[in-house]
Design a protein around this ligand. Structure first.
Ligand SMILES: N[C@@H](CCC(=O)N[C@@H](CS)C(=O)NCC(=O)O)C(=O)O
Length: 213
């Protein structure tokens, strides 16, 4: 499989999950500004019409988009890694958290905060509304190592999204269980490996664009 990613973007959740699953994958970097793949300079819109990462090309040549779909596909490819719970309720709980992370945190809270073009009013609204979401997450994570009973692809997504707090005004001191969770996740080998690969690539991405200004 080929994972199309941008450094430190939400696609890092798929990198972490692929690592945890132990499945073979090729990682294709997309420049989020030019929407071209590094190396061959191909127009990424041919893969993902909206130019969004992640996208995954399966070994059969199918293109999958959307974090929740890709993460569950990766989990399915390696049942022994148990990255998704079994049974109707277990699966529904996984969906519950993937949806919460994707909508309440990623899109509603972090996307406006990280978008340089978002007006200040949009950022303030997102911060104010997001506080209740972070408080609820904090309540859930108190006394828990993971979102569910063990590490799942939802933790890969949550760790990736929470990692963005460093670039936002969100103060995790107000959410101690979330802060402890994030520290634990960053120390997890698959997450630490993903960060060790993607932080330098992100710095290169910044340097590439700074050089053009
Ligand atoms: N609904 C999509 C959202 C993906 C998304 O927002 N990706 C961001 C990176 S975290 C992106 O590619 N942004 C570039 C853009 O908005 O042009 C999903 O869950 O996969």
């Amino acid at each position: 499989m080929d994972l199309y990613f941008a450094p430190l973007a939400c696609s890092m959740a798929s990198r972490i999950s692929i690592d945890e699953a132990g499945v073979a994958a090729t990682f294709v970097e997309v420049d989020p500004v030019t929407k071209r793949t590094l190396g061959d300079g191909a127009d990424y819109h041919a893969v993902s019409p909206l130019g969004l990462v992640p996208a995954l090309r399966t070994d059969e040549g199918e293109i999958l988009t959307e974090n929740a779909a890709i993460l569950q596909y990766v989990a399915e490819r390696a049942p022994a890694a148990a990255l998704a719970p079994e049974g109707p309720l277990g699966r529904a709980r996984l969906q519950q958290w993937l949806c919460f992370i994707g909508t309440e945190l990623h899109k509603a809270l972090f996307s406006p905060l990280l978008d340089r073009k978002a007006p200040e009013g949009a950022k303030a609204y997102a911060l104010e509304k997001g506080a209740s979401r972070l408080a609820e997450l904090d309540r859930h994570l108190e006394g828990r190592a993971f979102l569910l009973d063990r590490f799942t692809v939802a933790d890969a997504y949550l760790a990736t999204v929470l990692n963005w707090t460093v670039a936002t005004p969100i103060k995790l001191d107000a959410y101690p269980a979330v802060a402890t969770y994030l520290a634990r996740m960053r120390a997890r080998p698959s997450v630490a490996r993903a960060l060790a690969i993607e932080v330098p690539l992100y710095q290169q991405e910044l340097a590439r664009h700074a050089a053009k200004v």
